[in-house]
Design a protein around this ligand. Structure first.
Ligand SMILES: *Cc1c(COP(=O)(O)O)cnc(C)c1O
Length: 410
């Protein structure tokens, strides 16, 4: 099946009564006929449901669709993208371990890495795609490598295959946050990533009506119990070791499960992921080229423009488009604020991946807790505005941006 067909039909099982969508199992717990049946479910010796913090049929339906979409073997849906990242990191890392991460990251993830320091987990930041620096940062404690496919808001594009090659040469798993690209632009597991994490609050949901996150395992990484002692009891599950460990321990005990109704909203959103991405990517390319061609004083950053440092990697690796986020630099923070306030169509808020166009000044919001060095590495400048392009008519967006540019002209 091709992309849009698979969104509608892959990983989909027949529902009771001929329902074309999975029902919302809005229940906390599930009864079993006999005490022994419940025992079997608790022991993982029989399939079935006992308690929604552990599993729920509506959530399973969402997980199965994402597993197919990403080309993995199993997924675990969580209460948020941050919860999916946290579950992934803590399922792999223990106190004393180190991870290597691209410095160009979503601000919340930088904050999470800072929080992990209290648990003895150290992050070494590297410049994205700087292979020598990455090799030099690997040591006997390194247990994970992390990057975003398209860094937010730097919009640098990671060469996933090359990074996977380095990680695997050192027996280290590669975890990739694919939120900004989605499987529409790239299936990172097919390019060598071992685990992919999506904040499904964004493009997958599509209409910003629920917070959620999901991780998907390729099942390909071989967890050595000497290097990853936490996996000693789980290597017997073979390719399912990662998800078996997570479901039997951290995931159920940390309690960051997804609400069934949010899984349902994501299932509906997912059906139009391809259509929305197609339109959003084409609008973003249209808007970025139009700004670049008409406003020489404005610096535009978009992986789809030849002027982007990452255009070649993007062209080689991404299919169907270059993403729907672009940034502009307008000269000063005052001008950035004035420009944002002049726009009438976009919403000013901290989100991406909505059907509606969204704008934000990252320096004073999502990167507020970052140090100056972190901001610089993440491509955040005082005069930078991030635009998450929606599905509006492109001419309306251009007209609105044109009057806002006029408003800040000297
Ligand atoms: C939004 C976002 C997250 C966090 O997801 P939430 O659902 O808001 O918790 C993680 N990574 C990236 C790239 C994001 O854009």
């Amino acid at each position: 099946m091709r992309f849009n067909t698979s969104l509608l039909h892959a990983g989909v099982t027949k529902e009771a009564n001929g329902s074309t969508l999975p029902p919302v199992y809005q229940t906390s717990a599930f009864e079993q006929e006999r005490a022994a049946d419940l025992e079997k479910i608790f022991e993982n010796k029989a399939p079935g449901y006992c308690y929604t913090r552990v599993a729920n049929p509506t959530i399973t339906a969402f997980e199965n669709r994402i597993t197919k979409l990403e080309g993995g073997i199993a997924s675990v849906a969580c209460a948020s993208g941050m919860a999916a990242l946290m579950n992934t990191f803590l399922n792999i890392l223990s106190s004393g371990d180190e991870l290597i991460s691209s410095a160009s990251l979503y601000g919340g993830t930088i904050d999470l890495f800072h929080d992990l320091e209290a648990f003895g987990i150290t992050t070494r930041y590297v410049e994205n795609n700087n292979w020598q620096q990455i090799e030099d940062s690997i040591n006997e404690h390194t247990r994970l490598i992390f990057a975003e496919t398209i860094g937010n808001p730097c919009l640098d594009v990671t060469d996933i295959e090359k990074l996977a090659e380095i990680a695997h040469a050192h027996d280290i798993p590669l975890v990739v946050d694919n939120t900004t690209s989605t499987a529409y632009l790239i299936q990172v597991l097919k390019h060598g990533a071992d685990i992919v994490v999506n904040s499904s609050s964004k493009y997958i949901n599509g209409s910003s009506n629920a917070i959620s996150g999901i991780l998907t395992d390729s099942g390909k990484f071989k967890w050595d119990k000497n290097r990853y002692p936490g996996f000693a009891d789980y290597v017997k599950y073979g390719p399912m070791a990662f998800v078996a460990k997570l479901r039997n321990s951290l995931f159920r005990n940390m309690g960051a499960c997804l609400a069934p109704v949010n899984a349902y909203l994501n299932i509906i959103g997912l059906e139009t992921l391809g259509l929305r991405m197609e339109r959003e990517c084409s609008n973003a390319l249209g808007l970025a080229s139009w700004i670049e061609n008409n406003y020489p004083d404005i610096k535009v950053n978009y992986p789809g423009l030849c002027s982007s440092k990452w255009h070649e990697i993007a062209k080689k690796q991404l299919t169907n488009g270059y993403g729907a986020i672009l940034t502009i630099r307008v000269g000063s923070k005052e001008k950035a604020f004035k420009f944002i306030d002049s726009l009438t169509i976009p919403y000013t808020l901290s989100n991406i991946g909505d059907t509606k166009t969204l704008v934000i000044h990252p320096g004073s919001t999502i990167s507020l807790h970052s140090t100056d060095k972190q901001k610089e590495d993440a491509g955040v400048f005082e005069d930078l505005i991030r635009v998450s392009v929606g599905i509006e008519d492109i001419d309306d967006l251009k007209e609105d941006f044109a009057q806002a540019f006029l408003n800040i002209a000297d």
